[in-house]
Design a protein around this ligand. Structure first.
Ligand SMILES: [Zn+2]
Ligand SMILES: [Zn+2]
Length: 188
């Protein structure tokens, strides 16, 4: 989604769009947790402008399919992605970096926005492109160790049975080698 900053009037603008499933799939495919897109992602963004700074607020929901990291059961997830950031013209951005390096106490504050605490990205020209930022934020929102349910018992390490379906009867209380030494320590 590209927006020409001249289109952003005083009242701000809202944009809604859908990322196709293939696009979402390409974004999540590299993740270690093995997520896949089961559908697309619906995205809603609000743009406001103050001088040449553009404030963006994004809410998205991505339809994903994955696998429980403990029991390997399939998981369907509607992953919420939400973020806000300030897009700063590249020339101002560099200036500010230098100011920040020289004088840490000096933070620009404009209106109700405390720019010192907003996530900032630089942009050049008149067009801001949200796609690379959105890609990055979707990846950041992915749970690294997805579980099918809170408290999933996982698989038996001996027979592989799904312990959510009940106990298998295996004796899994094998002493952990890291604790074996401690067992020999006599408490006096
Ligand atoms: Zn599970
Ligand atoms: Zn077992």
């Amino acid at each position: 989604m590209r927006v020409n900053i001249d289109e952003i009037k005083e009242a701000g603008i809202d944009r809604r769009w859908d990322l196709p499933r293939e696009t979402l799939d390409a974004i999540v495919a590299g993740d270690r947790a093995g997520w896949r897109a089961s559908g697309g992602a619906h995205v809603e963004a609000r743009f406001e402008k103050l001088d040449r700074r553009v404030f963006v607020k994004v809410k998205a929901a991505a339809e994903l399919a994955g696998e429980c990291s403990r029991c390997l059961a399939p998981i369907a997830s509607r992953l919420p992605v939400a973020f806000e950031l300030t897009l700063v013209p590249a020339d101002e951005y560099e200036e500010k970096e230098q100011v920040a390096a020289g004088d840490k106490a000096h933070h620009p504050v404009a209106g109700s926005f405390d720019l010192a605490h907003a996530e900032e990205e630089a942009y050049t020209g008149k067009v801001v492109d949200l796609d690379p930022i959105l890609r990055e934020q979707v990846v950041l929102a992915l749970p690294g160790y997805p579980v099918c349910q809170e408290g999933c018992k996982g698989l038996c390490s001996i027979c592989g049975k799904n312990l959510n379906d009940g106990e298998c009867g295996c004796d899994r209380k094998v002493p952990d080698p890291r604790w074996a030494g401690l067992a020999k320590v006599k408490l006096t």
